[in-house]
Design a protein around this ligand. Sequence first.
Ligand SMILES: [Zn+2]
Length: 226
Amino acid sequence: MKYTDAHCHIFSAPAGNITGQVCNATTAADWGKLVQNADDRTHVCIGIHPWYIDSVTPDWADCMREILLSNPQIMVGEIGIDKYHPDIDRQIEFFAQQIEIAIEMNRPTHLHCVGAWDKVLHILKGHGPRIPIIAHAFGGNTAIMTALAEYNTYFSYGMRGDHIADTAKIAPVDKILVESDSDTSTAQAEILATATREIAKLRGCDVRELNEQINKNFTGVINYAG
Ligand SMILES: [Zn+2]
């Protein structure tokens, strides 16, 4: 089967049976390299990850806008809020600022959220974005899934040890994605195959049909970005 990887940090071409990968930045130092790597199979996001907000230079937002303006296919990510990392107030500021840029540029946005859904939802509510939001490694509960569904959210699942988050069972089928979150292509295909198989098992559905739908969902996100 052919797979798509909705969230990774790979700086090289994907494995052979992977038809598309979304490579996320964590710091501004990644942006130039990622933009250079973009091609038919490698789709790219630029952003500041909540763990690395201290790495920025004062002109980061202007640089981000400039790159997005001249590259209409480039998305925003990964951005978000992580309760296990310091300075939540500053994380909130960065997230809000980057979401604003994403909405202004009309780009899909790849979200990292751990234990801070109330804060993320509060900011989304303020903006009411219709851009696709890709909730990477989605670990929220059913109530959070329902709240996020109002914001054109895709739910991206990877393996957590040997299992998949329970919500993969009830996620809207046209919003399910799979991801490796890997920084090397070595195990990429295997992680995607296992995740797809485990989601199909949870949902009691045909794995090939699910895989096709996941690839279609991936294409929807990529095509939105131009
Ligand atoms: Zn990541």
